[in-house]
Write a protein that binds this ligand. Structure first.
Ligand SMILES: [Fe+2]
Ligand SMILES: [Fe+2]
Length: 293
């Protein structure tokens, strides 16, 4: 599986940022909360893989790393633009983004590089699980606003395409043995607690800040149903989460590569939707965001 960088720019209608999901504002904000993690998170992923770039000798893996960095750079750019729409709607996206950035900068300072990479492979497993679940069941996006559905589907497909890259770097640079296994398993446990606690808080912050969100408390029932009932995003993730603790685990043990056939038609659909809306198919350049090449 060789990931390639695709310079796509889905058109997101700004007036739908708080209400683009077919299940309403609470579910919309749950997924919006995930978007807030990406710009700082994916920079951290790129850096922790870059730290080991020089130690990779296998030409295939070197090429995969370049593709991984290229894809994450494009995701970073599109989620910065996405999160700006949240700010413009009066929601505290930049404030929450700076919380994530500060936490990850702290990890960069205090953790050894191997521990940083361990966090990256745990979080990449999370993105792969979320992406795989979303791609496997059309009810996750349903009949949501096309541009938002497209940005999440494109991201999910590329997360699937590169799901093993950071893990293969980990296996290539870390000495096999109990330390490698324990560090990987331990980091998954700590990451699980911190990540979901932050998603929970961010979600509540977005819902509370949305002045047009009705039934603030009752709406959380819809999110619970989305996550644990039907389609049950988190419920369905449990077996794959547990699988990570198997000593011989590899991301492609869950073989969903057939989904990747959807990438080319989706890229064409993204362009078409933007053109039909009279929007640009090219992203504006953003200061401080690398092109990932
Ligand atoms: Fe990504
Ligand atoms: Fe990723």
């Amino acid at each position: 599986m060789m990931p390639v960088r695709r310079d796509v720019h889905p058109h997101l209608p700004p007036d739908r940022i708080c209400d683009w999901h077919e299940r309403g504002r609470h579910v919309t904000h749950y997924i919006n909360a995930l978007s807030i993690f990406f710009p700082a998170g994916e920079r951290f992923f790129m850096d922790s893989v870059r730290n080991y770039r020089d130690r990779i000798t296998d030409p295939q893996l070197k090429q995969a790393v370049a593709g991984f960095i290229g894809q994450e750079a494009m995701h970073t750019r599109e989620h910065i633009l996405y999160n700006r729409l949240l700010d413009e709607a009066g929601l505290p996206a930049s404030k929450l983004d700076s919380v994530v950035a500060k936490l990850l900068n702290l990890l960069r300072k205090i953790l050894p590089k191997s521990w940083q990479l361990a966090h990256t492979i745990a979080l990449e497993h999370y993105t792969a699980m979320l992406a795989g679940g979303m791609l496997a069941d059309p009810r996750h996006m349903g009949d949501s606003e096309p541009g938002y559905r497209q940005v999440w589907t494109w991201h999910a497909l590329e997360e699937t395409e590169h799901k093993a890259v950071a893990f293969d770097v980990w296996n290539a640079v870390m000495k096999p043995g109990p330390y490698r296994y324990l560090l990987r398993a331990f980091t998954m446990l700590t990451t699980t607690v911190t990540f979901w606690a932050m998603v929970f808080v961010f979600h509540i912050r977005l819902v509370m800040a949305d002045r047009h969100c009705p039934n603030k408390l009752l709406g959380f029932g819809r999110v619970l149903n989305f996550l644990w009932g039907s389609p049950g995003v988190l419920r369905r993730m449990i077996p794959e989460w547990l699988d990570y603790f198997r000593p011989g685990f590899h991301p492609w043990d869950e073989d969903n590569r057939a989904e990747l056939a959807r990438i080319a038609p989706l890229v064409a659909e993204i362009e078409e939707t933007a053109i039909r809306a009279g929007a640009s198919t090219r992203a504006p350049s953003i200061r401080g965001v690398s092109a990932g090449v």
